[in-house]
Design a protein. Structure first.
Length: 133
């Protein structure tokens, strides 16, 4: 099996600028002007141009203000403070600054299109710290 991450954005080039700057991803293939592959994570990321107001899954209309979804991306980084700063400079919205948790440090953000994501810096125990609780 292979995991792919598809992200709807209203403007592919804005998405490319954000994701390549914030996460050091690189453009792989371009499938026309509305579909771009980004590489550099264990799973390829595909940015798909979808206009706001068009029908998405479950007949829900796409919107690019901050929205909640039960699925989001967690990006594991070496230095969460530096990663948060880089993402914010690239255009992310900071929702919760990095804080300590039993498993390390976490910062919560949203990309310029309203998609939430977390930046995680695991300590030596990582999620195993939660097993001891």
């Amino acid at each position: 099996m292979t995991l792919l991450i598809n992200i709807d954005v209203p403007d592919v080039e804005t998405g490319v600028r954000f994701y390549t700057t914030a996460f050091d991803l690189r453009v792989g293939r371009r499938f026309g002007t509305d579909f771009v592959e980004l590489l550099g994570w264990p799973a390829a990321v595909y940015l798909l141009a979808k206009k706001a107001g068009t029908v998405g899954a479950g007949k829900d209309l796409r919107r690019y203000g901050r929205h909640w979804t039960p699925v989001h991306v967690d990006v594991v980084v070496e230095d969460v403070d530096a990663a948060v700063e880089r993402a914010v400079r690239a255009g992310a919205g900071l929702e919760a600054p990095p804080r300590e948790t039993p498993y390390g440090r976490i910062g919560m953000l949203a990309d310029p299109f309203g998609h939430g994501f977390c930046l995680l810096q695991f300590n030596q125990q990582g999620y195993d710290a939660l097993l001891a609780a």
